[in-house]
Design a protein around this ligand. Structure first.
Ligand SMILES: [Zn+2]
Length: 333
């Protein structure tokens, strides 16, 4: 091969070598023991004596050029900034997004419906007095719910509230009607934990007080809530019941959202699901917060949040809500 072509070819390969090991293999190809330039130098001795000098100079010049190019390329590679280890062609890592707990979702959705009806969101304390949890709600001293088996008592005659109705009392003590409040929150009862009971669960309490509301207003508000929350085909029925703090009192059933009222396991083949307790505020409750007798009327209602979340998602075991198992919770995000 012509020596000029040999140099060009070597310089070309050197300039394209992007890593030290590639460069080393180029060096061996030309300058190694059997390299092309080494062979050329070795062959000079066999040339006729009048050609040796010129051929020797050319071959040495070639070796120097290639060696210089190798040195230069080695230092260029060595000073190159290291290539990033991030492969930008791979799909990205999806950021973990939080979501609301199914219990919180029920509270927020219910709150949104009641907000459209003009109800104000109120929160109350979880450690309460006997007065606010029982006495002011017209619950007599000998009522079984006051027993230590049914209520968690703390030091100093306080207790963990066993119902959110305490918020009604707290609000009425400090404000005058008209009132329209919705009060979601935790309540505590010393129940043995099983698939449908927990020592802690959530309720949503509602209260409306003015000077003219009637039982048909209560029915209207509850029906509107049930239809907005569960769907427009939901029917309701009101069964007479007794609560100390309302008179008259009712238990509200809605047509089973799982079977459409035909009867299934969840509704125990009745086609109806018990969904809340309600009634017109008992005059004794108004009296206990100091409202003048006969001046105000109103209604109250209360429902269990976990029960609604269980019906909504077809969940059979209340304990799943409190275990913080992300495999369970991620289904509702
Ligand atoms: Zn059913």
């Amino acid at each position: 091969m012509d020596i000029t072509n040999l140099i060009d070819e070597a310089l070309e390969k050197i300039s394209r070598a992007s890593a030290p090991d590639i460069l080393e293999s180029v060096r061996i190809e030309y300058l190694g023991r059997n390299g092309q330039i080494t062979k050329l130098l070795r062959s000079i001795g066999s040339l006729p004596s009048d050609q040796r000098s010129e051929a020797g100079q050319e071959a040495n010049a070639a070796r120097e050029k290639v060696e210089a190019a190798l040195t230069e390329q080695f230092s260029r590679i060595a000073h190159q900034p290291k290539k990033s280890k991030i492969d930008t062609t791979l799909p990205g890592i999806r950021p973990l997004r939080g979501a609301f707990h199914p219990v919180r979702q029920v509270i927020q959705d219910a709150r949104a419906v009641f907000r459209r009806l003009g109800f104000e969101f109120v929160e109350g304390r979880e450690v309460e007095t006997e007065f606010h949890n029982f006495t002011a709600l017209n619950i007599p001293l000998d009522h079984p719910s006051r027993d230590a088996f049914d209520t968690f008592y703390t030091k100093g005659k306080n207790l963990l509230r066993s119902q959110t109705s305490t918020v009604q009392i707290r609000v009425m003590e400090t404000r005058k009607p008209p009132l329209r409040i919705i009060a979601p929150g935790r309540v505590y009862r010393p129940d043995t934990v099983d698939a449908s009971h927990s020592f802690m669960f959530h309720q949503i309490e509602g209260l409306l007080v003015d000077d003219r509301s009637t039982f048909s207003d209560l029915k209207g508000v509850i029906n509107l809530f049930l239809r907005q929350f569960f769907g427009k085909n939901v029917k309701s029925r009101f069964r007479p019941h007794f609560f100390p703090f309302t008179e008259p009192s009712v238990e509200v059933d809605m047509s089973c959202i799982l079977c459409g009222g035909k009867g299934c396991m969840t509704c125990k083949r009745t086609g109806w699901l018990e969904i809340m307790g309600a009634g017109m505020v008992d005059p004794a409750v108004f009296q206990s917060v100091g409202y003048p007798s006969g001046k105000y009327r109103g209604f109250a209602f209360g429902m269990g949040v976990e029960r609604i979340a269980m019906l909504r998602h077809g969940i059979q075991d209340i304990r799943l809500f409190y275990e913080n198992d992300l495999n369970f919770l991620r289904q509702f995000s």
